[in-house]
Design a protein around this ligand. Sequence first.
Ligand code: FAD
Ligand code: AMP
Length: 479
Amino acid sequence: MSEKYDVIIIGSGPAGYVSAIRAAQLGLKTACIEKWKDADGKGVNGGTCLNVGCIPSKTLLDSSFKYHEAKEELGIHGISTSGVKIDIAAMLERKNKIIKQFTGGIAGLFKANGVTGLYGTGKLLNGKQVELTDNDGNVTVLDADNVILASGSLPIAIPVAPVDGDLIVDSTGALEIGEVPKRLGVIGAGVIGLELGSVWNRLGSEVVLLEAMEDFLAIMDKGIAKESKKIFTKQGLDIRLGARVTGTEIKGREVHVTYVMTDGSEKSEIFDKLIVCVGRRPFTEGLLAAESGVQLDERGSIFVNEQCATNVPGVYAIGDLVRGPMLAHKGSEEGVMVAEVIAGHKAQMNYDIVPNVIYTHPEVASVGQTEEQVKAAGEPYNVGSFPFAAIGRAVAANDTDGMVKIIAHADTDRILGCHIVGPSAADLVQQVAIAMEFGSSAEDLGMTVFSHPTLSEAVHEAALAVNGAAIHMPNRKRR
Ligand code: FAD
Ligand code: AMP
């Protein structure tokens, strides 16, 4: 008879591996199954995030930004550079080394915490049994008291732009482009499209983003989205809104793309490379045997309640596989919550305070409700904004694009949302996320002492501005 586990987790992305570590910390006998293989065919943990997502994309964003800075931005500091060159192969090799470092790190964490890491494909049978097909094709059936499904997501494919891995690539292929394309097309001006478009724009490509929607960054606060578009356009990203791609054709080494504008007019463009970034979908192929009884929702996600329990007792699902934003940290927190629930603890996750970041330069970051959401809910509110152009540290760094916007309830002053486009927006928004988690008012944040000179003073001033008390800017009359 096979060993019995307290918990078996299928998938070792940021949702699954974090859940496995937390479960083992809580004394549960835990196994985590992963089917990802590296270029040498060796089993590897970390999922999308570490292998083809957050970490590799940020590595390329940082490399390309340093190149761009060395080439274009240092003159103002009195530093002259010439002959600055980029070695794309070295840049990609560095990225691959970092991936290896982090994916290998998970195996070390599993060992240190007593998680059994298994390489192969897991399938949920009935009665919380999991079939494991290892990478040599051997099949075993494992028993568990609880199963956590964490199989993640895949890029959405669209028939009008079939990925060939050469001239037309998805977000995974875009991390492997070996030379700077002269003209690069990107379908979808969402988070991933903007990040990958920025990488190649900085490296010298002429980048055109074709976005079907009329609204830029529709889920973001409108004011911040408008400001962001202005900044990205100034950087040279050619963002075409209301442009739905309807066809692609490969002619020689070129991709001919046709698209239809909202007014019905048909247009076309020719690119040397095309990246398709039209979103991601939950990945459930091969995960569930027919007899597992686990229900999906109408979008193909595993149907779960607030605590990530599926309709089958003892079976949970977390991360990109379930409703909510497809973000690594959202999945990790769900993983911790589920491990704690299984261990008999009271646990919950605050879905109202999940920060969201676009790692362009400047970054775009948000937490909580947008002004449009607060308005639609009919709540009375005040807004405070502050531009980085008036922040000493931002001026010293010559990094002054953008602003901080904080929204608070007009009656209670409780902070409802914070939206930032600007330098280090990701880290700044986290300060407000912490304040919100503790139920902070704008006044509380305004009364907090902030170091001078820092970028975070923009957060301080925006919080003060909510109640008409900003110091380094004339205040708008309070509503
Ligand atoms: P995944 O990371 O997709 O992991 C699922 C794992 O399950 C995979 O390793 C898969 O091989 C394995 N698996 C699937 N089926 C089986 C099976 N049957 N048996 C065994 N194993 C199985 N998010 C952020 O928060 N910040 C970012 O900056 C960010 N940048 C991104 C950039 C890019 C280019 C992309 C593509 C994504 C980015 N994301 C980012 C999103 C983030 O990567 C995902 O939200 C996150 O990886 C989801 O975690 P997960 O554990 O749910 O799934
Ligand atoms: P995200 O979900 O943030 O990664 O963004 C994906 C974007 O791709 C969305 O804004 C979609 O509107 C956009 N999109 C989807 N299909 C097409 C298409 N055929 N042409 C242009 N944009 C598209």
